[in-house]
Write a protein that binds this ligand. Structure first.
Ligand SMILES: N[C@@H](CCC(=O)N[C@@H](CS)C(=O)NCC(=O)O)C(=O)O
Length: 251
């Protein structure tokens, strides 16, 4: 039987982990369509019809696509029963939305360049001049085309990498400060704020563990441990519900 929900996602993709975590927290099952981002499957014209930016994730609910990870996780919570993932208190809900916004605007940029510097090695066979031109031609937005060209031709500059590292510190410091009023990012309730930020903190831990010693970040360390202990975390981050999962890198 085909599932009402179909998720197009990437194995290592932080934005996809946000969405998988929300789905599993709600106890939802979905049909998985894992895309190989280093083989540019996200630029397939059929997929671009669902996601005009040619990026993952996209959640399709009964034939209707929803894009943008922060929008998708709120859609999931609004649409399906189960544990609410938004605080009942409206001030806390506003804090939650500031975190989902921050995850898109700052946390994403903290990990993008360092992550792609590592993952793009798998894509390098496509970076020879003749192949590269056809890869770039299929990318639907100028922003992404420019980014892929940067990755393929010379990599990110030292200034771009430094900017990413500065943003990593900003994420860690802001979480540590906020959790003084925890135990969760929006306050008393586990919410989409935690779901939106943990994939980026997990990625910073993979890339730069020395940035986050427990002695400097005791509250963040406890928060991260509490999140990792939730059953949905393992399912979302060590995703196995697709035969393709074993073939793809997970950072
Ligand atoms: N703001 C978007 C960002 C989506 C995004 O950049 N996804 C990355 C993976 S985390 C991607 O598909 N990259 C492939 C590419 O740029 O070609 C969201 O949150 O959904």
């Amino acid at each position: 039987m085909s599932s009402r929900l179909v998720l197009y996602h990437g194995m290592a993709s932080t934005c996809s982990k946000k969405v998988r975590l929300a789905l599993y927290e709600k106890g939802l099952s979905f049909e998985s369509r894992l895309l190989d981002l280093q083989k540019f499957e996200q630029h397939d014209p059929a997929y671009v019809k669902l996601n005009p930016d040619g990026v993952v994730p996209t959640l399709v609910d009964a034939g209707r696509p929803v894009v943008e990870s922060s929008v998708i996780i709120e859609y999931i919570d609004d649409t399906f029963p189960g544990t609410p993932l938004k605080p009942g208190d409206t001030w806390e809900r506003a804090q939650m939305r500031l975190w989902t916004k921050f995850s898109d605007e700052v946390a994403y940029k903290a990990v993008y360049a360092p992550t792609w510097t590592i993952l793009s090695k798998r894509a390098s066979a496509s970076f020879e001049e003749d192949k590269l031109r056809s890869v770039l031609a299929r990318i639907p937005t100028k922003e992404r085309r420019d980014r892929w060209e940067t990755v393929a031709r010379h990599g990110f500059t030292d200034a771009e990498m430094q900017d990413a590292f500065d943003k990593m510190h900003k994420c860690l410091d802001r979480i540590e400060a906020t959790l003084a009023h925890g135990p969760w990012l929006a306050g008393g309730t586990y919410s989409l704020a935690d779901i939106a930020m943990i994939p980026f903190i997990d990625r910073i831990r993979n890339l730069r563990p020395e940035f986050m010693p427990a002695r400097d970040y005791p509250r963040l360390t406890a928060w991260e441990a509490a999140l990792r202990a939730r059953p949905a975390f393992d399912r979302a981050f060590n995703f196995r519900d697709d035969p393709r999962a074993a073939e793809l890198p997970n950072m």
